[in-house]
Design a protein around this ligand. Structure first.
Ligand SMILES: [Zn+2]
Length: 252
């Protein structure tokens, strides 16, 4: 297969899985089964034909409204679908090995599911994080980090940093965020989880300040953190090494 076709294939796989992650995210916060019932419009309950379930494409064709009741469809759906497609493509383009490509796809998958749960219900479900924690542990016994114990160290750093921050900020960071970082640390190791935490809080602080200044966010108003953790971890995982290189060349 040519690499062009391979790129298209990886992107489409991401789109389709992104669509599945929307379902997993929404149903896991409502205690529903992931496989049944078939997809329905959340406003009018109309069962959706396959033509309305094509990732991104259906949303654009329907101009963001339900075919039956014309009520608005949340833009989270196409955003998660397109983002998963692009992140899978980035994993494929960026990876030095098959293991690192898989790691990129696994990390993107977890981030997209908890993005849906955090944006819709402001929760990060324990069973989702636990599922990925077990998956990451198995993955890192096969595709080991160098040194191998960096996975455990990464998980400890991923737990420790946001836990300290949670105590200091008195509720600015929730327990779900702490567990999420601990799980991701196991996959990416100590250096990248440190960097990922740095970028997540940086993005959060910048947007938070902008929100306070423009009056769109009130002081002490709880805001979901995953919309900052996702781009923060993506920055660290895909561009962290290049950014660190550039930084150290700049200061020396
Ligand atoms: Zn409807």
């Amino acid at each position: 297969m040519t690499s062009f076709l391979m790129n298209i294939y990886v992107f489409i796989l991401g789109l389709v899985l992104g669509s599945f992650y929307n379902v997993v995210g929404l149903r896991s916060t409502e205690g529903q089964s992931i496989m049944f019932p078939p997809s329905r419009c959340p406003s009018c309950g109309q069962r959706l034909p396959w033509l309305d379930l094509v990732p991104v494409f259906s949303y654009l064709m329907l101009r963001g409204r339900c075919r039956t009741c014309r009520r608005k469809i949340s833009p989270i759906y196409p955003i998660v679908e397109a983002s998963t497609g692009l992140l899978f493509l980035l994993s494929f383009q960026n990876a030095a090995s098959a293991g690192e490509m898989l790691a990129g796809c696994l990390l993107s998958s977890l981030l997209m599911i908890v993005l849906v749960t955090d944006l819709s219900k402001m929760i990060i479900p324990d069973r989702i994080v636990l599922f990925f924690l077990v998956l990451f542990a198995l993955f890192r016994t096969i595709f080991r980090l160098d040194p191998w114990w960096d996975a455990a160290l990464g998980s400890a750093v991923g737990f420790g940093l946001p836990a300290i921050m949670a105590v200091l900020s008195r509720g600015g960071i929730g327990g779900g965020d702490v567990k999420l970082f601990a799980a991701m640390g196991l996959l990416v190791g100590s250096k990248l989880i440190l960097l990922g935490f740095f970028f997540s809080t940086l993005y959060g602080a910048l947007i938070g300040m902008a929100g306070l200044l423009t009056g769109r966010i009130k002081r002490r108003q709880p805001i979901p953190f995953v919309p900052f953790i996702a781009p923060g971890m993506v920055t660290a995982f895909f561009f962290g090494d290049a950014l660190l290189d550039a930084y150290f060349r700049f200061i020396t």
